[in-house]
Write a protein that binds this ligand. Structure first.
Ligand code: ADP
Length: 371
């Protein structure tokens, strides 16, 4: 069983940077977990510790039922796909795919030669098996016609497929992906995303995937691990992270356009702020809070009432319209509606159903569960 368990996993780089701070996470056999967060939050370092490419400063890493803190990378039964592809430029695609397998085979047969008179036949059988694995991987990824080319003769997407293929032929228990699609253009990223999802379905392997792209994370992961400053902020399925973010950081990181926020105070069921008032009923406790609402849950009224602001710009995007509204000094909201004829300079009212409001603690930023 290829479960991966991180217990209080910590990385302090020489020089004292605490890149990963006591991360605990249990990845189930066959699960697809995405580590997501802004650049520098410690996602890659976490993954590299799982891979065995980075020494572990503290905590415990278990793969299957074996503690792996000190186990060399090659003995961990994992395969990693990097953003940089890391292909051998002087080898053909076929050789790139077979390289790791050939090396393992050569190692085994040199041992066998000493003890087994029949090693030639076994070596031939292994050679056939390697060709079959390459054939299967190439067919899965649609790169059969590229096997004799060198990486320099491939597009970015094709190179990435080869990099995935190289992981695939090893038939590992665990796949690790470090921003594998970041070098591809937007359209290809979406295509490759679907392919990686298919690969997960087809192999049933355990997968850990690092990205800074929240949309990629939302679409790929069974579960997201949202990180900031080396610390896990929330670990939950994508829909849960979206609907019930643990705190203001997660709320603003997940979802495009980003969530709207407004500081104010709740008194007797009314939220009062610099931009006006909102009736919130009994949902939130009295006192200082920060309200949050997704752009597509706000409606625009022609007259100022409740909350109001000045339209700064209206962006017509074909299937939708984003209206940017200034509510107060340093507070701007995005309102996403199917269509709007609001124009820059208009004063508009903003309406929100109380059930679409989230509230966050004014100081800690933790989400306040509605009553
Ligand atoms: P992410 O993958 O989320 O972008 P990283 O795990 O690469 O973040 O980096 C986390 C933190 O550790 C950053 O502050 C980064 O500058 C630091 N860091 C990464 N690699 C090294 C290194 N080899 N030596 C020192 N600090 C590093």
């Amino acid at each position: 069983m290829a479960r991966v368990a991180l217990e209080q996993l910590t990385k302090i780089y020489p020089g004292g940077v605490k890149a990963v701070d006591a991360v605990s996470l249990d990845v189930a056999h066959g699960e697809f977990v995405v580590l997501v967060g802004p650049s520098g939050c410690g996602k890659s370092t976490t993954l590299r510790m799982v891979a065995g490419l980075e020494e572990i400063s503290g905590g415990t890493l278990t793969i299957g039922d074996r503690v792996c803190n000190e186990v060399p990378a090659r003995d961990r039964d994992i395969a990693m796909v990097f953003q940089s592809y890391a292909l051998y430029p002087h080898l053909t695609v076929e050789k790139n795919l077979s390289f790791g397998l050939e090396r393992r085979r050569a190692h085994r047969s040199s041992l066998r030669r000493m003890v087994d008179g029949d090693y030639r036949a076994k070596a031939r059988a292994e050679e056939t098996e390697i060709r079959e694995k390459i054939g299967t991987a190439a067919a899965t990824l649609g790169i059969e016609q590229l096997l004799q080319r060198k990486p320099g003769e491939l597009s970015g997407g094709q190179r990435q497929r080869v990099a995935v293929g190289r992981a695939l032929v090893r038939e590992p228990e665990v796949f690790l992906f470090d921003e594998p699609l970041s070098n591809l253009d937007a359209k290809l990223r979406v295509e490759m995303r679907a392919e990686i999802k298919d690969l997960h379905r087809a192999t049933g392997a355990t997968m850990m995937y690092v990205t800074h792209d929240q949309e990629e994370a939302m679409t790929l992961g069974d579960r997201l691990v949202v990180m900031s400053d080396g610390v896990v902020q929330q670990c939950a399925p994508p829909a849960e992270v979206y609907a019930r973010p643990a705190n203001r950081f997660v709320a603003s990181f997940v979802g495009t356009p980003t969530m709207n926020f407004l500081e104010g105070r709740v008194e007797a069921g009314t939220f009062r702020s610099a931009a006006g008032v909102l009736e919130v009923g009994e949902r939130f406790p009295a006192g200082a809070i920060v309200l949050g609402v997704r752009p597509d849950r706000v409606r625009i009224a022609q007259e100022a009432a409740g909350l109001s602001g000045n339209v700064r710009i209206t962006e017509h995007l074909g299937d939708r319209t984003d209206v940017r509204v200034d509510l107060a000094e340093d507070v701007a909201w995005t309102v996403r509606v199917p269509e709007s004829n609001a124009e820059a300079g208009d004063v508009v009212g903003l309406q929100v159903d109380p059930s679409d409001l989230l509230a966050f603690h004014a100081e800690t930023g933790a989400r306040i569960e509605p009553m």
